[in-house]
Design a protein around this ligand. Structure first.
Ligand SMILES: Nc1nc2c(ncn2[C@@H]2O[C@H](COP(=O)(O)OP(=O)(O)OP(=O)(O)O)[C@@H](O)[C@H]2O)c(=O)[nH]1
Ligand SMILES: [Mg+2]
Length: 367
């Protein structure tokens, strides 16, 4: 699973990327051109608790890949800015499963905003519009091509083309009215018909307001205001001071506690952002626990026991017999798999069982 960090030039994308990945990519030049890729471990305290029971050789957290993309150039007459991104950047953006949209909300006289003022609502709208225009251009090109191909191909191909055209027309009408695809409520078949286009305004989005270090206290009000003005599906709004998070990340844990006390904050915003993006991707974790490793596995919410087996290894899915399942809380209370079995809390689940967040699974399979 991959999340693209997007935002206007100088909004703080690379600073956010560095804090998420504990990396040291270069920040500060407006209009950075490099693409940064990093893997972020998803914090999960359940793993530590299970490790206390199983004493495994290692603990493996779920992870999500974050890609820090330079801002696309602004569109001008006859030219779509986003499409001017280098091909590999655009591919990365399209291949991402969700967007982390960083919006500048911090004042900094040393780095004046290129537009002359700090206005998160305006900036948010501006980049959204760029993505909308890119989707609109792609839709128009495709509809144009479908017009010519209507009479060719097998009946099945013609039928597929017709279905695609119906969805594309709906999308086109929406985009022209300024509605992102994520708001259209496409059903599974419709979404499937257009999956290949990897539309930008279809991706779920987490709007991250990058607030100044002195403005943290005011950030809940800002989040409320932006949320009210952003009534979109598959969208969330959160605030964070990228500068503070970066500094916190460079401190030893006890120093960080002192620093957080001084700032009057109780938790780092970073873990919240990681957890929210995980949810945004529609992911939940099932767990495996044993003497070798205690591990969290990301799967799409609603996945079956066979899907879960396949996430571990294709062989486990192929030879799937059943999944011995216990809820994390039960395992924690009862202390071991054997005790859970005795208490009747260990269930045998079949292929179609819908795995829940926090299920501890043991897959039985034949080779
Ligand atoms: N005061 C303040 N400055 C910040 C904050 N976040 C980022 N900056 C500064 O803003 C400048 C731009 O930050 P970057 O993280 O490079 O922004 P970017 O979006 O990656 O920029 P480009 O890649 O050039 O588009 C840097 O000088 C940062 O130090 C913040 O929360 N507070
Ligand atoms: Mg950057």
């Amino acid at each position: 699973m991959q999340i693209a960090i997007v935002g206007l030039a100088g909004s703080g994308k690379t600073t956010v990327f560095n804090t998420l990945t504990r990396g040291h990519a270069e920040t500060g030049g407006y209009g950075g051109v490099t693409l940064n890729v990093g893997v972020v471990k998803v914090p999960d305290e359940r793993l530590d608790r299970l490790a206390a029971i199983f004493k495994p050789k290692k603990i493996v957290q779920a992870d999500v890949t974050y890609v820090d993309l330079p801002a696309p150039p602004a569109s001008t007459e006859g030219r779509i800015g986003t499409e001017e991104l280098p091909a590999d950047h655009l591919a990365r953006l399209r291949d991402s499963d969700a967007l982390l949209h960083v919006v500048r909300a911090f004042e900094d006289p040393n780095h004046p905003h290129p537009a002359g003022s700090v206005d998160p609502g305006r900036d948010l709208e501006q980049l959204d519009l760029e993505f909308l225009l890119a989707d609109l251009a792609m839709t128009e090109r495709r509809l144009e091509r479908l017009k010519g191909s209507g009479k060719h191909g097998t009946p099945a191909e013609r039928e597929a083309a017709e279905r695609e055209e119906v969805v594309l027309r709906r999308i086109h009408t929406g985009l022209e009215a300024g509605t992102p695809i994520r708001d259209l409520g496409l059903d599974l078949d419709e979404a499937k018909a257009i999956r290949g286009f990897r539309f930008l305004s279809e991706k779920p989005v987490l709007v991250l307001l990058n607030v100044g270090e002195g403005e943290l206290a005011a950030s809940p009000a800002l989040v409320d205001a932006i949320t009210a003005a952003y009534p979109h599906q598959h969208a969330m709004v959160e605030a964070l001071s990228a500068r503070i998070e970066m500094e916190l990340g460079e401190l030893e844990p006890d120093e960080a506690t002192v620093f957080m006390d001084e700032l009057g904050i109780t938790e780092s915003g970073l873990d919240r952002v990681i957890a929210l993006s995980y949810r945004l991707l529609g992911l939940v974790s099932f767990l495996t626990a044993g003497p070798d490793e205690v591990r969290a596995w990301p799967i799409v919410d609603g996945s079956t026991a066979v899907d879960a087996a396949g996430a571990i290894h294709t062989d486990l899915a192929k030879g799937f017999i059943r999944a011995e399942t216990v809820a994390y809380e039960d395992l924690l209370t009862l202390g071991s798999m054997a005790e859970a079995r005795k208490a009747g809390r260990l269930r045998s689940e079949g292929k179609t069982y819908r795995v829940k967040d926090g299920d501890v699974l043991e897959i039985l399979f034949s080779r």
